[in-house]
Each structure stands twice: as C-alpha cells, then as structure tokens.
Design a protein around this ligand. Structure first.
Ligand code: MF3
Ligand code: CO
Length: 248
C-alpha cells in the first residue's frame, strides 16, 4: 500500500531527515584511525536524543544499535562495536531518526585517512549514482526511470549494483511502499506522484554484485570480499519536483 503524505507531513519528515543528516555531520568529525564504531554509535544516539528524536534502527527487527557502520567489503547493516577504524578504511554510516511520528533515513560513505584510488572511485561513483537517480525524480516519471539511471551510471563506471537490498518508501514506518531497486528498465513501474516520499540508496560493488550475510545475522558483505559503497537520501515529491529532505 502506497501512503502519500501531505505537505505538513513532509515538513515533519524534513525535521527527522535533517536530524539524521546532522548526525552524519557530527559523526564525520570523529572519523579518524583509532576510534571504534561503537563510540560513533554512542555519539550518534546521544545526538539524536538531544534533538528530541529516537534512533529508528534500534530494536528494528531486533537490530542492536542506533546506526549501521559498515567497513570496506561490508555493504550495509554492519553493527557498531569494538572494531577500531584504520587508515585506508572505507566506512559507510547509515542513520535513521524517528521524531513526531515520522522517520528520516540517510547514509554516507567516508574515507578513513588516505584511501586507495579504487576506494575513492567507488565512493565518488556511488554518490553520483544517487544524484543520477535523484535527477529522475519528477512527477509523472516512473520508478524504473530512477532505477535505470542509477544502474546505468554505476555500470558505465565499472561497478556492479547490489540487487538483494533496495530503496524504499518511508513515513510513519521505516520501510513502506514503493520498493526502489537500483537496477531496472526505464519507462516501467509505478508513476511518481505528488506526496510520495522514498529513500534512494544505491549500493555499488567493485567486484560481483553478490552479497551474503555474516553469522551475526545482520552484516551484509560482498561475496568476493571486494569493496562496496553506499549513499542514501530521503526524497519527497513536492510541487511535482524532488525535494531532498535529508540534505542540510
Ligand atoms: N537504511 C537502512 C534501511 O533503510 C537501515 C536499516 S538498518 C536496520 O534499510 F537495522 F534498521 F534494519
Ligand atoms: Co534506507
């Protein structure tokens, strides 16, 4: 079921989404070799609560932390813990904030110190693949137009697109319809409508698109253990155009 949002609801979602974006800005200052992912999680949780929100992920299907911290070959859903960041790591930080009944969801990929050329490239291409998707968000176009734009940009630049996880509608629930895959055919799928709100979140791999889940039952890694990058924004269709709610 697709739940369209009113302008007032979208304003509320902007509040949640911007807090999530502020969390990233706060966390970014701490990203240096030696800090643990668990420390990043504590900083994020405290920040979210200071702003009057709740971490969307904590307790979601039993997820044990407030943010996801995924390193290198980890694609998404890495659980923060005692692992220390190391020079050269590619770190993905995913933040969800729930406030006044609505969720916001945002992800960025960060370099820890100096990273390899390949890591730098996958980070930049993934960010631009998200932008290519956002560029297709306009009333009257279709979900498949977004999916196709993301896939094309990724593949032309030599990366593969993860198929087992997708973007999603968002609102009073963290995950709602529509599902937004990062691959597909232009001109297919649901038509975009005023009041739709969804997360676009391309996950690009340096090697094969295949992923598997570790024994912790959360961490998604590339099957070939090559690098992966991930960016995400929460986007609404307002006055027929894309409004990126999770951008500061
Ligand atoms: N941004 C991710 C998503 O939209 C984060 C979910 S983590 C979970 O699916 F723990 F909440 F599952
Ligand atoms: Co998401």
């Amino acid at each position: 079921m697709l739940i369209l949002k009113t302008k007032a609801e979208i304003e509320q979602m902007k509040v949640s989404s911007r807090i999530a974006a502020e969390v990233l800005k706060r966390i970014e200052k701490e990203i240096f070799p030696g800090i643990t992912t668990g420390e990043l999680d504590r900083i994020a949780e405290a920040f979210i609560k200071e702003r009057g929100g709740q971490p969307s992920f904590k307790g979601y299907r039993g997820y044990p932390a407030s943010i996801c911290t995924s390193l290198n070959e980890e694609v998404v859903h890495g659980i923060p813990g005692l692992r220390k960041l190391q020079e050269g790591d590619l770190l993905k930080v995913d933040v969800g904030v729930f406030k006044e009944g609505f969720h916001g969801d945002v992800t960025e990929t960060y370099a820890v110190g100096k990273i390899s050329l390949e890591a730098e490239k996958i980070k930049e291409v993934t960010k631009k693949a998200l932008c290519a998707g956002i560029d297709r968000v306009i009333e009257g176009s279709r979900i498949g137009d977004i999916s196709n734009a993301v896939q094309q940009y990724a593949e032309v630049n030599g990366f593969t697109v993860v198929r087992d996880f997708t973007g999603h509608g968002i609102g009073r629930n963290l995950h709602e319809d529509p599902q937004v895959t990062n691959f597909g055919k232009a001109g297919t799928g649901l038509r975009l409508k005023e009041g739709m709100v969804f997360c676009l979140e391309p996950m690009l791999n340096a090697g094969s698109a295949e992923v598997e889940i570790l024994n912790d039952r959360w961490t998604v890694v590339t099957k070939d253990r090559k690098l992966s990058a991930h960016f995400e924004h929460t986007i609404a269709i307002v006055d027929g155009k894309a409004e990126v709610l999770s951008r500061l």
